[in-house]
Ligand binder design. Structure first.
Ligand SMILES: Cc1cc2nc3c(=O)[nH]c(=O)nc-3n(C[C@H](O)[C@H](O)[C@H](O)COP(=O)(O)OP(=O)(O)OC[C@H]3O[C@@H](n4cnc5c(N)ncnc54)[C@H](O)[C@@H]3O)c2cc1C
Length: 535
């Protein structure tokens, strides 16, 4: 791996090395120079942690119409049907592509994949590699990139997109590349490109509790917003009901299968509480369970809830949940004798940077693919295991479009200025950055979480405006660090979520607001935000 030079120029600059970015890179390789940048180690991103699998029409009793219908039902009327159609119809070919790259998916016969069924799917259609599907896909994609000579440089943080507007080049505003910070040296490079591809994943870290890895700080959405791209539907954030609550566990998911096998949710006083919220109790749908846990924690002021499996035989738990049992044990929790502390956790960003069916954003030469994008596939809620599929389908589509766009070559490097550090001082107030990180995440958890009120949203907006002004001052005064870059993005993304949520005066899909508890057909449209709307 060669380090970045102070100035780099390539045809395709791909920011992110998850399923979406690597799918793009593999398709574009051979059609021009490709440079993939990752914020930390190359495999670190949500893709690596995906457990369940990839949804696609592969079974004998399944068909495209059923998968389309299930996706539309989950999305509560807001999906764009054309995006659903292309994703579903191109799915089987994308799975065959993965197999051709050597991805080892589980099989029930040598010529037949084993398919599981997940919540919301009317058929068995989730292809998987045990319960570590994402790791297997990431492994194979990275190996294929290596074989094709795709250049991947790790530990590089894109700070901001370079635009012709900001560079004073005139003409229609277009993206020219990005400023990139090297984690180790602190040096900032200028990476210019014919096409820039955002594949930076989601923004789970904007909330105090999340299943997402540390890299998920919404950098792509924030950078795209600042570059003038349209952002949509950020109010739809999916929460997983049960993440392990332990200071060192960070983001370990406790599978929904535990509730399926008889797990009982208890509050801090040890009382079962689900019957008070839903007749289906622990077996209610994911969103209902997440909302109930949240309500019970808020009602009592508890830090967490508990999932009790201790009434089941230890042998059964060891046989069915060996990984969860062992991981809890590592944290000093023996689930055979004590309840597991759990909290709901931010899991998936359904909204993002608006794109068309070829991954093109509203700004020229800027593409967005994977979780950072809003293609219209998910609408107001994501159907389980449709997101890896979306990365595979739109990674390829965006590459086809970018290849065509650059068919005449990407030309000489544009004239853009070096990063100007001005009079920036060496960072000395690390505590300010750490404090604001914590404040944004806590504020979002408490005021803009699973159940919302207009009053709490207004309160969050007021606080975020102060925080953003403070962060902006700090940003221009001190040299940039990785933490500061991420904090600035988190605060921008938090504000985008709040603004989208304030606009939607109804409850739909993942957006639940007590002032407007019903779905209202009047609001059957995307929530759109462009630069300037936040200030
Ligand atoms: C625990 C867990 C389980 C899941 N299970 C499933 C499942 O079973 N099925 C399913 O379909 N989906 C699942 N999902 C969701 C799915 O994994 C993600 O939506 C998907 O992997 C996102 O892929 P991506 O390529 O968009 O981004 P990611 O895989 O998150 O990759 C993002 C990349 O961008 C880089 N990056 C970020 N910011 C910058 C920056 N500023 N500069 C440079 N690089 C940057 C990161 O380093 C990383 O390489 C799960 C998610 C989690 C967290």
């Amino acid at each position: 791996m060669t380090a970045l030079s102070a100035r780099e120029h390539v045809d395709f600059l791909v920011l992110g090395g998850g399923v979406a970015g690597l799918s793009f890179a593999l398709e574009a390789a051979g059609h021009g120079s490709v440079l993939v940048l990752t914020k930390r180690q190359r495999s670190e991103g949500s893709t690596q942690y995906a457990q369940g699998g990839v949804a696609s029409v592969l079974g004998p009793d399944d068909n495209f119409e059923l998968h389309i219908e299930d996706t539309l039902v989950a999305g509560a009327g807001l999906n764009h049907r054309d995006a659903v159609e292309v994703t579903v119809r191109e799915g089987p070919e994308r799975i065959r592509w993965l197999l051709s790259l050597g991805v080892e998916l589980d099989r029930e016969a040598p010529d037949r994949l084993h398919l599981t069924r997940e919540g919301g799917h009317s058929r068995r259609r989730v292809a998987h590699a045990k319960d570590t599907t994402g790791r297997e896909i990431e492994r194979a994609l990275l190996r294929a990139c290596e074989a094709k000579g795709v250049r991947i440089v790790e530990d590089q943080i894109a700070i901001d997109l370079l635009t012709s507007g900001k560079a004073g080049l005139g003409g229609t505003n277009r993206v020219l590349g990005a400023y990139v910070l090297d984690r180790a040296s602190g040096k900032i490079s200028v990476a210019t490109a014919g096409a820039t591809i955002l594949a930076t994943g989601g923004a789970g870290k904007v909330y105090l509790y999340t299943s997402n890895p540390d890299v998920a700080t919404g950098d792509g959405v924030a950078m795209a917003y600042r570059a003038g791209a349209t952002i949509a539907n950020m109010e739809f954030f999916q929460f997983h009901p049960t993440c392990l609550f332990h200071p060192q566990a960070k983001s370990f998911l406790i599978s929904e299968a535990l509730r399926g096998e008889g797990g009982i949710l208890r509050n801090g006083a040890g009382e079962p509480f689900m019957s008070r919220y839903d007749a289906r109790k622990e077996l209610a749908p994911r969103d209902v369970v997440a909302r109930s846990i949240d309500a019970e924690m808020k009602r009592r002021g508890d830090d967490c809830a508990f999932l009790d499996m201790s009434h089941l035989p230890k042998g059964f738990l060891l046989e069915h949940f060996p990984h969860i049992y062992a991981t809890c044990k590592e944290f000093g929790i023996d689930m055979a004798v004590q309840p597991i502390p759990v909290v709901p956790a931010a899991h998936y960003q359904c909204g993002g940077v608006v794109t068309d069916l070829m991954g093109r954003t509203t700004v020229q030469r800027l593409y967005a693919i994977g979780e950072v994008s809003c293609t219209g596939l998910h609408g107001a809620n994501r159907l389980a295991s449709n997101s890896l599929l979306e990365g595979l389908v739109f990674g390829r589509r965006a590459a086809l479009s970018a290849i065509e766009e650059l068919a005449g070559g990407s030309g000489p490097p544009p004239h853009v200025p070096d990063w100007n550090p001005g009079d920036a001082l060496a960072p000395e107030e690390g505590v300010v950055v750490a404090h604001n990180w914590d404040e944004v995440r806590r504020l979002m958890w408490n005021y803009v979480g699973i159940v919302r009120t207009m009053k709490r949203l207004d309160r969050a907006r007021t606080r975020l405006a102060i925080l953003r002004a403070e962060i902006r001052d700090y940003y221009w005064q001190y040299q940039v660090t990785p933490d500061l870059v991420e904090l600035r993005n988190l605060a921008d993304v938090a504000m985008l979520i709040v603004e989208c949520a304030r606009q939607r005066k109804e409850s739909r899909g993942l957006h639940y607001v007590l002032d407007y508890p019903k779905t209202d057909e009047k609001w059957l449209r995307d929530t759109l935000i462009t630069r300037g709307d936040l200030e």
